[in-house]
Design a protein around this ligand. Sequence first.
Ligand code: OFO
Length: 176
Amino acid sequence: MISKTMEEALNQQIVLEGYASFLYLSMASWCDKEGLQGCAAFMHRQSEEERAHMLRIFHYISEVDGFALTPAIAQPPHEFESVRSLFESVYAHEQKVTASIHNLIALSYKDNDHTTLNFLQWYVQEQREEEALMRNILDRIKLIGEGPMSLFYIDKEIEKINKAQIAAEAAEGAAE
Ligand code: OFO
């Protein structure tokens, strides 16, 4: 059984993860419109991942006898200045999610709630990996540069990263 405060805080995290899922879906659509197929595929996969993150919390709340709420999601932006600014927004959003997970952890300690503390460890690792991935992408975009010719190479690079992510996830799934 979790505290009422924890239940509310976890429901807020559902909102954040759900927003991330829609934000990345919106980004996938923009990438498609710009002819960036590699980036679009990357964003579609990220969007699915965020939905899975949201559902993981949703199920957890029910499991510990709380009341999980479907989130009201604000419409995310659908226009982006450039690929670089798009990935900068992703990185900023991931940092926000990390801070929110850390606040949930602080609340778990305050509540002496070891069950939720244990549940949240998965998210700590996930956020570390996500932030590192986004920093890596931004570094590559900076290296390639952003002229009109660069977009093709950026897109190829993101496509490569996306395929590597899919392969890593498949390997992880097979090991489980
Ligand atoms: Fe679930 O917020 Fe990103 O990973």
